[in-house]
Write a protein that binds this ligand. Structure first.
Ligand code: AHM
Ligand code: MG
Length: 342
């Protein structure tokens, strides 16, 4: 592409700034910090096999899971970059039990939630991983930031996005004005607009779910999986099954091509596995902005009022028609089978 046609992330954000509700430049400064951190983490991810940054760090996170070294690095890098932006009063992270209150920024307007390295079990096998972020405005009535400022419904996000460290590195984000994707051009170290105005097809041909847990799925989810695998020319079934085990990678593919990702409640994990604040809310904001849908199976994810920073919710997310169908089967379990039997 000729240099004159390149639109960098920074340029794009400056051009869009007047459209943001907060046109004071604060959000742009936060984005600049996220972009810098993304480049640093990208560099580390790319050399993960070369230097001793693979493997477990020894510590376990809030959820009792082992942290990988790269998780720790990514967490430190994003928190440091966001703290330095001067615009963020609190950073909450999937990897930290407690919120990080940024020193000297107690009165700043923004709160950022991050999953610094999602899908980290894929690091050792060189599959795609990513960073997820979500930005909220603080309650202006409170002079100083507090934990209560973090407990907001996802529909109040002012921006959300992810960076996927895949065969190329991309940053995809929304500020509520549609979804745009930027690919990192290694040669100039800039994220360049490559996927403008992303729209998810209303119907896809792919379903993504960890079918190994089938026996533990609710009846309605089992029925939906059977529906996806059944032959039917008219509706283009069976659908393809694609599951990487890295939410960002599965989500990103479905966003571009159409499809549904499900992490249902199971017997072992009645609220699913994914975290509301760090994974489900940002992805839900993005998918809705791209014309798709997201549900816990009972309600719109973005309407869930968080009770705990690290709470989990079941997730049905992707192409609108597929999510509608899956949720309706979940809630009408047994009826389809009964109807078939008649
Ligand atoms: P992580 O935050 O510890 O990496 O876990 C989240 C990941 C998601 O990326 C992925 O969708 C899910 O866990 C896969 O879980 P499972 O292996 O149970 O299918
Ligand atoms: Mg995660």
């Amino acid at each position: 592409m000729p240099y004159s046609q390149i639109i960098t992330l920074e340029q794009f954000i400056v051009d869009q700034q007047s459209l943001y509700k907060d046109a004071g430049g604060s959000l742009s400064r936060i984005f600049r910090s996220l972009e810098l951190a993304a480049k640093v983490v990208n560099r580390d991810v790319r050399k993960a096999g070369l230097v001793d940054i693979l493997g477990n760090h020894g510590a376990t996170n809030t959820h009792g899971e082992e942290q990988k070294k790269l998780d720790v690095i990514a967490n430190d890098v994003f928190i440091a970059a966001l703290s330095k932006s001067g615009e963020v009063s609190i950073v909450i992270s999937e990897e930290n039990d407690e919120p990080v209150f940024v020193e000297g920024c107690e009165e700043e307007k923004y709160i950022v939630a991050i999953d610094p390295l999602d899908g980290s079990s894929n690091i050792d096998v060189n599959a795609s991983i990513g960073t997820i972020f979500s930005i909220y405005r603080r309650n202006a009535a409170n002079k100083v930031a507090s934990l209560a400022d973090c407990m907001q419904k996802g529909k109040h996000q002012v921006a959300a996005g992810y960076i996927i460290y895949g065969s190329s590195t991309m940053l995809v984000y929304t500020t509520g004005l549609g979804v745009n994707g930027f690919t990192l051009d290694d040669s100039i170290q800039e994220f360049c607009l490559s996927h403008p105005k992303i729209q998810i097809p209303s119907q896809g041909k792919v379903f993504s779910i960890n079918e190994g847990n089938y026996a533990d799925f609710p009846e309605g989810v089992q029925e939906y999986v059977q529906y996806c695998k059944a032959k039917d020319k008219e509706t283009n079934r069976p659908y393809g099954a694609r599951y990487i085990g890295s939410l960002i990678a599965d989500f990103h593919r479905n966003l571009l091509k159409g499809g549904i990702f499900i992490y249902p409640p199971t017997e072992k994990t009645p609220n699913g596995k994914l975290r509301l604040m760090y994974e489900c809310n940002p992805m839900s904001f993005i998918v809705e902005q791209a014309g798709g849908k997201s549900s816990t199976g009972k309600m719109r994810v973005l309407d869930v009022l968080p009770e705990d920073l690290h709470q989990r919710v079941p997730l049905f997310i992707g192409s609108a028609e597929m999510v509608d169908m899956a949720v309706s089967m979940l809630n009408n379990a047994g009826e389809l089978v009964a109807a078939d039997a008649r």
